[in-house]
Design a protein around this ligand. Sequence first.
Ligand code: TXA
Ligand code: MG
Length: 295
Amino acid sequence: MPTETVYGLAADATNERAVLNIFKIKDRPSFDPLIAHFAHLDHVREFVETIPENLNRLLEQHWPGPLTMLLKKNDRIPEVVTSGLSTVAIRIPNHPMALKLLSGLDFPLAAPSANPFGYVSPTSANHVNDQLGERIPYILDGGPSQIGVESTILGFDENGPVVYRLGGTKVETIEETLGPVKMALNQSSNPIAPGMLKSHYAPKRKVYIGEIEALIDEHKGKKIGVISFFSRHQAVPEAHQIILSPKANLDEAASRLFSALRLMDKLDLDLVLTERFPETGLGRAINDRLKRAAV
Ligand code: TXA
Ligand code: MG
């Protein structure tokens, strides 16, 4: 199903057999919990213990939208969805087709990104079809995903709010409402959120991050692809470079990032060069995904 972030591989979250199928189709390890998607906050309330009062304003501001909240689950959410954790990841996607689908159901949809585990997330129906087309009965085509990077994951520890994954909701806007938030982006050996594994979102082509002109010099003689923020690079064939946002707009760059990485995998290249983006707004999520793609 389409969402505003990336396409999801959806199944009835209350049906264990259906949920297990998601793991099978994605080759996803069972310790990596799923996000449950809803159309309405009232429906969410039936599947969690409570929604803390102090979250009301945040949720009003960001739902529907690219913010996933970790909340204490009740027993209507089966353990397979949460990999045995006591919290469940919940979000209300901001996409008309997804909302229409969800409002016609009396159960939430568990949906991870619709890609084989570890690969770049899909931002169009074609991306999904390229890799999972043979393994799933149908794809709802809702057009290209507007945001283009996954949702921001927000939870709480004993001291307050914690961001577990940078994504489509800007940390700055969360902080305007909740105050300073902590970051826990690199849980290594026993990750709470395996989307945070160091190597993830990894394309096939080797990715290098740095000053693009210098990297071009360093790799002279090789078949080079470039993904840049807004600049063109003379030494690289036009067909082998993708400029994410000629106007230097980070939101636009984020929306085009994953299809750029996928395109590079289709070209005959030795490596892909890219750069560090400004560490603000969606630039943070872009840098995060590029770092994981480059490991
Ligand atoms: O934008 C998105 O969030 C997309 C669309 C389809 O909604 N979904 C998505 O799902 O990115 P997925 O499964 O690829 O990533 C979900 C992440 C995983 O890294 C998982 O570990 C984490 O959420 N997660 C899920 N439940 C969790 C929990 N209870 N505690 C901590 N992390 C959790
Ligand atoms: Mg994923």
